[in-house]
Design a protein. Structure first.
Length: 279
């Protein structure tokens, strides 16, 4: 029996050899997460394989953005790893996202022009808006959001140009930012990776951060949608100071003391109540 993954491995490779190669790659990621850098010959010696085998391993891992090959060796892609880990963690907050979207939808007025970035909370908001009888104009960098809203004949949808990120289907890059420059909207509603009074709004991905920054710039009212788990989370890229935004929609886990702290810098926090009917 043989296994030939993506044409990289030999036709004579057995199932056992394939399992060994997958195990080796996983161990290599763990090793690089600790050392941050390793030379090709060092990895070959560590895993008792040829340098050519290591190069093939790294080529495959680089396609998944787990590592990055550099002159003389390979480095661990910690920023991408953090982003992936964070995205997986955020999949657990579905009830909170439903509640936040339900609350935020009620604050969007008939006739509003809004902008929505790509995100799980903004996608849930789009689903809410698609079910409502409101005349809206929506600008977004998310093909998924555009398709959801396009089902409602009362909503005009503008999808930005840009480079499509494969793992989350988000349009980013200079083309996206240039496209957003053509609009001014009543409300910018953005889903973010982290927020704190000290560090402001932050994103893990640099290109996503640039898009969020531009969307906030074109919005008259600047609104952040985020579960409480994102409070005091600080990602790599700073989008804007906390004082730049007007309002935060979050869930019931935030304390009254924290709501007051945000109010002290003139940012209104809208708290979605816990409800079994939030879906």
């Amino acid at each position: 029996m043989s296994c030939n993954k993506c044409g990289i491995w030999g036709k004579s490779q057995t199932v056992g050899e394939y399992i060994m190669h997958s195990k080796r790659q996983n161990e290599m990621i763990r090793y690089l997460s600790e050392t941050r850098f390793a030379r090709i010959e060092q990895l070959a010696e560590l895993y008792h394989v040829s340098m050519e085998t290591i190069r093939r391993d790294l080529l495959e891992l680089e396609k998944d953005s787990a590592v990055k090959r550099v002159r003389g060796g390979v480095v661990y892609n910690s920023l991408r790893a953090q982003e992936v880990e964070y995205e997986k963690r955020m999949e657990n907050n579905q009830i909170e996202k439903h509640a936040i979207a339900k609350l935020a939808a009620g604050y969007i007025n008939d006739g509003d022009a809004i902008v929505l970035n790509n995100g799980t909370a903004t996608l849930e908001l789009a689903r809410r808006l698609a079910e409502m009888r409101k005349q809206l104009t929506v600008v977004t960098n998310s093909p998924n959001i555009a398709l959801v809203l396009n089902e409602n004949k009362g909503i005009s949808v503008y999808l930005t140009s840009g480079y499509l990120r494969k793992h989350n289907k988000s349009l980013v890059g200079s083309l996206c930012s240039d496209c957003l420059d053509n609009f001014k909207v009543d409300k910018a509603l953005v889903n973010i990776d982290g927020i704190s009074i000290e560090d402001g709004v932050t994103q893990y991905n640099t290109e996503e951060a640039a898009v969020v920054r531009k969307m906030l710039d074109i919005g008259h009212t600047k609104i952040v949608l985020c579960e409480y788990s994102k409070f005091n989370e600080v990602a790599f890229n700073r989008v804007c100071p906390a004082e730049y935004i007007d309002c935060i929609f979050t869930d019931w886990n935030i304390s009254p003391k924290e709501v007051k702290s945000w109010g002290d810098i003139n940012i209104k926090v809208m708290v979605a109540p816990e409800s079994v009917n939030s879906k």
